[in-house]
Design a protein around this ligand. Structure first.
Ligand code: HGY
Ligand code: MN
Ligand code: MN
Length: 412
């Protein structure tokens, strides 16, 4: 059987075209549910249709392009990722996996080759979680894992998830219908940029993902007292931003010095009233910890609580720690890793096993079917930045391995 090859030029053209949608001098701004995100979704739906896929949007806003297989009644093999980006993000995170999935469908159509299994290509809603501070919305919905706190979420502009979902063609009142029953999917494969330095440093073109990290998210709220910056004596101040700053350094210490968990980040801060001549009375700090082991995340949480309470009592202000969405780390089954290695060998590329420090839709979909991930190198390991870059050759390599992985799985 001819192994249809993907069309590298076409893939890289679609990557550049999608990369124009929502681009800005500060990087990609396709924040989930935004007009830019919707434009990117529309572009992708059009590509899916050109590739011979029947498209639908499920109640969780997931875009599903589907082509039936030659053997009736078989479960589908799904390829996918996300097209939403972080603020000032890059052109490859998520986009590569979606466009490579479409490219596989297009190449099969061009070769007049059908698969035994139905093929689905999926764009998952709000993978990044920038909106609502809760990620993997679409993939958790497909896995039947959305919780009441997700469904009742309101974003920073006061808009509900129900409204945002309707904006993209979803219907939160029917979100339970997005959940796929066991046996509907035979496997899920996701091509993604590594977003870290390992493959780029080792010069190996293909990564066989061994596991996807867990993540614990918190918002730490310090309440002091706003006051006049010019007239309030230093000893009389209850400066919430000074206390928050001490916490930011403690968060770094938890991972960098004590190595309680693999990484720790205080990535967001909101100081109120955020005026240079007012002592900040109210500060919220967004904190996240990551590790494959849930026990490490629990230990990091204990450390965070200890540090925050010690700082607050020392500084004479109050503190509240809000525990937000936690995500379990997920290993990739050895048999699925072996299948990716075989696909890389068939494609003629050396491959290296590598863990994922980033989260992915695959870790949610792992709850309902076998999954595997393929990585390609990120130049200098940079991601979630306008500097994010993967070469056209590396992108094409990954798509070819994805195609061969799909063909291998289809014959199983
Ligand atoms: O944040 C992450 O790990 C992923 O890029 N959503
Ligand atoms: Mn991603
Ligand atoms: Mn990302």
């Amino acid at each position: 059987m001819t192994q249809p090859n993907i069309n590298a030029d076409r893939l890289n053209r679609t990557l550049q075209e999608l990369g124009q949608i929502g681009d800005s001098p500060l990087g990609m701004q396709r924040i989930a549910f935004s007009p830019e995100d919707i434009a990117g979704r529309d572009y992708t739906i059009n590509l899916m249709r050109n590739a011979g896929l029947e498209t639908r949007i499920d109640p969780a806003g997931n875009i599903i392009g589907r082509r039936e297989g030659s053997v009736p009644g078989l479960p589908a093999i799904a390829l996918g990722s996300h097209t939403d980006t972080v603020p000032s993000g890059g052109k490859y995170d998520g986009a590569l996996g979606v466009l490579a999935g479409v490219e596989c469908a297009q190449s099969l159509a061009d070769a007049g080759q059908s698969l035994r299994h139905p093929l689905e290509v999926v764009v998952f809603t709000n993978e990044e979680g920038t909106r609502f501070h809760r990620w993997l919305i679409g993939s958790r919905a497909m896995a039947g894992q959305l919780m009441d706190e997700d469904l009742s979420a309101v974003d920073d502009e006061g808009v509900t998830l129900a409204t945002r979902m309707a904006d993209i063609g979803g219907d939160l009142s029917r979100v339970a219908e997005s959940a796929r029953s066991p046996g509907e999917l035979a496997a899920y494969f996701e091509l993604h940029i590594e977003q870290g330095p390992e493959l780029y440093q080792s010069g190996v073109p293909i990564g066989v993902v061994t596991g996807i990290t867990g993540r614990g998210m918190f918002e730490v709220e310090f309440k002091g007292m706003s006051n006049h910056a010019g007239t309030t004596p230093m000893p009389a101040r209850r400066d919430a931003l000074v206390s928050a700053s001490r916490l930011v350094l403690e968060v770094q210490r938890i991972a960098a010095d004590s190595e309680v968990c693999r990484v720790a980040t205080a990535g967001a801060i909101h100081a109120h009233p955020n005026a240079v001549n007012v002592i900040p009375g109210h500060v919220r700090v967004g904190v996240e910890f990551r590790d494959l082991e849930i026990s490490a995340l629990d230990d990091a949480e204990s450390e965070l609580r200890r540090a925050a309470n010690a700082i607050a009592s020392n500084d004479g202000i109050s503190v509240e720690i809000h525990r937000q969405r936690h995500t379990q780390g997920v290993p990739v089954a050895p048999g699925m890793q072996a299948l990716v290695e075989e696909a890389a060998r068939l494609s003629g590329f050396p491959a290296q096993r590598v863990p994922s420090g980033a989260g992915h839709d695959a870790q949610a979909i792992a709850a309902i079917t076998d999954m595997a991930m393929i990585f390609v190198p990120s130049v200098d390991g940079i991601s979630h930045s306008p500097e994010e870059y993967s070469s056209p050759q590396d992108c094409a390599n990954g798509a070819q391995v994805l195609m061969n992985l799909l063909l291998l799985a289809d014959r199983r």
